[in-house]
Design a protein around this ligand. Structure first.
Ligand code: 5AD
Ligand code: SF4
Length: 479
């Protein structure tokens, strides 16, 4: 494959660099007069993989496309532009994307004007970007996580049918403040509080794909929350790869505890946040969560491993004892708190004993929910260079065992809800039955329940009739 001069391809070495340079805040997004109508009469379809940061980015992409005149299509085969916003965290995520691109072959053959684009974290990976360009000529647009704002000019260049646009930058990144967005929900909203990550856990690709940690200013965040509240939003989730480190890149006096407190004072009904690294989790944060009823008593606290040697090689900077202490403090100070976690099994050279240490912690913590993964080597990360004699079948067995144990413990925990009355934020009626609804409790338990004349965004009281492992059934209380 010939690399064209005007292509910008990712570079891991550059992506890993961190400087002390101040982060630029850019708020001058504009669409040129000759681009402003290029989407008129056309439709777009976006498929989103991965985490909430990607979901939020897709809302921004939708907003930009709609500002260009595009309308949303409900299916890919009705679209003139298909964007895949990809995730690179594990290998199977990339396989799914390649499968999806393959499935569009027929559409592309029938409509050569169809634009198929790939963006997001996987584009930021050297190997993937090269494979894609070489093997998938139908992909005419490739961009990364740092330049959503350039979508109008990239689409404008694609009006020339011979053009292939490749614009991926491996840089620390900026903060963009006034990009348009079309939010997916009218009652729950994602609010970015920071971008990127500087933790460099040895297994993780994110610091390479999303750049340096860049916090938004407190004013910008609070203003966004106030606007959302005015628009009738009931719940916001403050988003960052590691929210506890909020503000550390801006000034000594800014902290996540301070931001949470100010967010609570806006009076919005429900505040959530994710994700929290145990390392920067302060006692002050726990106190603020306990103090304000509109900060939900739910904490996602990735453990990753319960073994000190594995934690050290993962670069997590806490021991299992540190985690246990933090966990105990959270449980003690926040009444009725629920805690979920992420766990990786089969990190390079994880011994049976090391895995047992993880199981000890799982049994101790009695997590409400857990997201469990088999370690997936990510090219370019330090862990991918570690020796790993443990077989795939052992890793699979460990995952099955872990899942069985945490599922049983979570069910036990959920059973304690039976007969209790909880507050649920209604997400909407089920498609099959208009008198059946679903929503989440303050503790982030999914509840399916019967009720009458409710709508998305209502906060209702629900009696829990039956608890299951991943959800609960209940009945709305007529008041
Ligand atoms: N392999 C498996 N799981 C991973 N995660 C991050 N990187 C990897 C990897 N290389 C998991 C971690 C993280 C979650 C979002 O994904 O548990 O917390
Ligand atoms: Fe999100 Fe990480 Fe996946 Fe990127 S690689 S979409 S930051 S989970």
């Amino acid at each position: 494959m010939k690399i064209k001069e005007n292509w910008h391809l990712p570079d891991h070495k550059q992506a890993a660099r961190r400087t002390k340079n101040a982060v630029e805040v850019i708020d001058d997004f504009q669409i040129d007069n000759d681009t402003v109508n290029i989407g008129n009469g056309k439709r777009y379809f976006i498929s989103t993989y991965g985490c909430q940061a990607n979901e939020r980015d897709s809302e921004t992409l939708s907003g930009i496309l709609e500002a260009l005149g595009y309308e949303a299509a409900s299916q890919a085969d009705q679209a003139d532009l298909i964007l895949m916003n990809t995730c690179g965290i594990r290998e199977n995520a990339s396989n799914n994307v390649l499968g999806e691109i393959g499935s569009y072959k027929r559409l592309y053959r029938e409509n050569p004007d169809l634009i198929i684009g790939v963006c997001g974290c996987m584009s930021q990976e050297e190997g993937f970007a090269h494979t894609l360009l070489e093997k998938y000529p139908q992909v005419r647009l490739l961009f990364g996580t740092h330049n959503l704002q350039d979508l109008p000019s990239m689409l404008s260049r694609l009006q020339n049918p011979k053009e292939r646009v490749v614009e991926i930058y491996s840089r620390e990144g900026e903060v963009y403040e006034n990009l348009p967005s079309h939010r997916a929900s009218q009652h729950k909203a994602w609010v970015n509080i920071m971008y990127g990550c500087d933790k460099f856990c040895t297994y993780c690709i994110v610091p390479y794909t999303r750049g340096k940690q860049r916090s938004r200013t407190m004013d910008a965040i609070l203003e966004e929350i106030k606007v959302l509240k005015k628009l009738g939003y009931k719940e916001i989730t403050l988003l960052g790869q590691n929210v506890n480190a909020y503000g550390k890149d801006l000034s000594e006096d800014l902290s996540f505890a301070g931001l949470l407190e100010e967010a609570a004072k806006t009076g919005i009904d429900r505040i959530r946040f994710m994700t929290s690294h145990p390392w920067d989790f302060s006692s002050e944060m726990i106190d603020v969560i306990a103090k304000y009823p509109n900060i939900m008593p739910y904490i996602h606290l990735p453990l990753q491993s319960g073994d000190d040697e594995i934690l050290r090689r993962m670069g997590r900077r806490y021991t299992s004892e540190d985690y246990r202490r933090l966990f105990d403090e959270i449980r003690e100070k926040i009444p009725n708190v629920s805690i979920s976690t992420d766990i990786i099994v089969g990190f390079p050279n994880e011994s049976d004993e090391a895995f047992e240490h993880t199981m000890d912690m799982v049994r101790y913590a009695h997590f409400d929910n857990a997201f469990t993964f088999i370690y997936s080597p990510r090219p370019g990360t330090p862990a991918a260079r570690m020796e790993d004699p443990i077989s795939e079948s052992t890793k699979k067995e460990r995952l099955l065992h872990l899942n069985k144990v945490w599922n049983d413990l979570a069910l036990e925990k959920n059973k304690a809800y039976e007969g209790r009355i909880v507050e649920v934020l209604v997400d909407g009626p089920s498609r099959k039955d208009p008198n059946h609804y679903s929503g989440y409790t303050d503790t982030f338990k999914l509840v399916n329940f019967s009720g009458n004349n409710l709508k998305a965004g209502d906060l209702v009281r629900v009696r829990i009739d039956q608890a299951k492992t991943f959800s609960m059934d209940g009945t709305a209380i007529e008041e």
